[in-house]
Design a protein around this ligand. Structure first.
Ligand code: HEM
Length: 369
């Protein structure tokens, strides 16, 4: 735990206000690239699940590694994405039996599906270290981690292997999660035209001159945008169940249930966040519950899509920034609706909990407002 707290410092530097300010125009640039594609394909059916993935991985390649994944321009998955998904399918299944996961990673060939991803991250770290310039301020998350390592800072990864692992976490933790949240937000906006319209009105109020006047500062002032993101994370958190935790040696009392010590437990995020005891119309998409209809949340309403405590998400501010930039840009420019052959059902019923979430395709159309 003390070790973990120390190591968080290296991570936190990569998400400081100063670091985020250097990422912001790069995130916007990727979102604009996506918007340009939409503009030249207005009315066409677009798979929001796949495209959200392309966008998030391109963002994470750029701000995570300072590299171009080119998913948006080629519309072909970078091998790192496939590697991550193969990896997560195994993690999602085996994490319920943690010792099996340890064994599986040591069986020759068992990890072949995601070894290209491991190799890619490792090569990038090696390359960065070769080109390392002490005088330059890091411009991406991995460079912040490498800086601590090269300078032997107290927060540094304790070994090269640990540094390689951290670099993989940047992609695994940062891309899939933001992508599934964006795809879910697009699903809710397509399903609820009145909510999309209300968001557009709020955006028009702070950006009356249209998209050329877009600025992150203006968008950040639109609380309804945050209400929509929050409600998406409330109903469809990107990590549906979350990682397990071990109970303290003396055991733990949860209401009337006693759980003995050293037991693996899960706290299923989505299940708890959609419990009617805490929220009115708990499974309905009502962004207003976070502001003007606050009475729809009880005092103790649980909300922890980024987890809580010392192991909570260190990339939360980057995730929120990416989501605000993406959703505000799309909503300002476009009307969003389901494609004629889409009703959104499979997107909900075929969701798989693979530690991060695996989503079914979602066919939507963007039209000019
Ligand atoms: C909507 C997007 C995101 C959601 C919902 C999310 C959620 C979470 C959750 C629930 C955890 C805790 C996992 C556990 O307890 O087992 C976590 C941890 C973490 N997240 Fe995120 N995350 C998001 C985006 C990001 C981004 C963009 C990054 C950037 C790289 C990131 C980096 C991390 C890291 C490094 C950890 C491990 C923290 C630690 O162990 O101290 N996340 N995230």
């Amino acid at each position: 735990m003390t070790d973990h707290r120390k190591r968080r410092k290296a991570w936190d530097r990569g998400f400081s206000v100063k670091a985020l300010a250097t990422y912001e125009p790069r995130v916007k640039n990727k979102v604009d690239q996506f918007s340009s594609y939409i503009e030249s394909n207005l009315g066409q059916s677009i798979d929001a699940t796949a495209w959200s993935m392309f966008l998030s991985f391109d963002i994470m390649g750029n701000v995570g590694f300072g590299k171009e994944f080119n998913n948006l321009s080629t519309r072909i998955e970078h091998p790192a994405i496939k590697g991550v998904h193969d990896h997560m399918a195994i993690v999602g299944t085996l994490s319920h039996i943690p010792w099996l996961l340890n064994i599986a990673s040591r069986i020759p060939g068992a990890a072949s599906g995601f070894s290209s991803f491991f190799r890619w991250c490792g090569d990038e770290i090696e390359q960065k270290q070769k080109e390392w310039d002490m005088d330059k301020s890091p411009r991406d998350i991995v460079s912040w981690l490498l800086k601590s390592y090269v300078e032997k800072d107290i927060s540094a990864a304790p070994s090269k292997a640990a540094l390689h692992e951290d670099s993989r976490v940047v992609i695994v933790a940062g891309s899939d999660t933001t992508a599934t949240t964006l795809a879910s937000a697009l699903y809710y906006l397509a399903k609820n035209p009145a909510i999309l319209l209300k968001l557009q009105r709020h955006l028009d109020k702070v950006i009356p001159q249209g998209s050329k006047d877009w600025s992150y500062d203006k968008v950040k002032s639109v609380t309804y945008l945050d209400d929509i993101i929050q409600e998406t994370l409330h109903l469809r958190p990107a990590i549906l169940t979350g990682g397990h935790r071990v109970t303290p040696a003396e055991g733990i009392q949860v209401d009337e249930v006693y759980i003995p010590g050293d037991v693996n437990v899960f706290v299923p995020v989505q299940l708890i966040q959609t419990d009617e005891r805490y929220y009115t119309d708990a499974k309905q998409f009502v962004p207003e519950r976070w502001n003007e209809r606050r009475e729809m949340c009880s005092e103790s309403a649980p909300f922890f899509p980024f987890s809580l405590g010392p192991y909570s998400c260190t990339g939360k501010n980057l995730a929120m920034m990416s989501l605000r930039i993406s959703i505000s840009t799309f909503a300002q420019l476009f009307h969003i609706q389901f494609s004629p052959d889409e009703n959104g059902e499979a997107f909900v019923t075929e969701t798989q909990d693979t530690f991060t979430t695996t989503l079914a395709p979602l066919h939507i159309q963007f039209l000019l407002r």
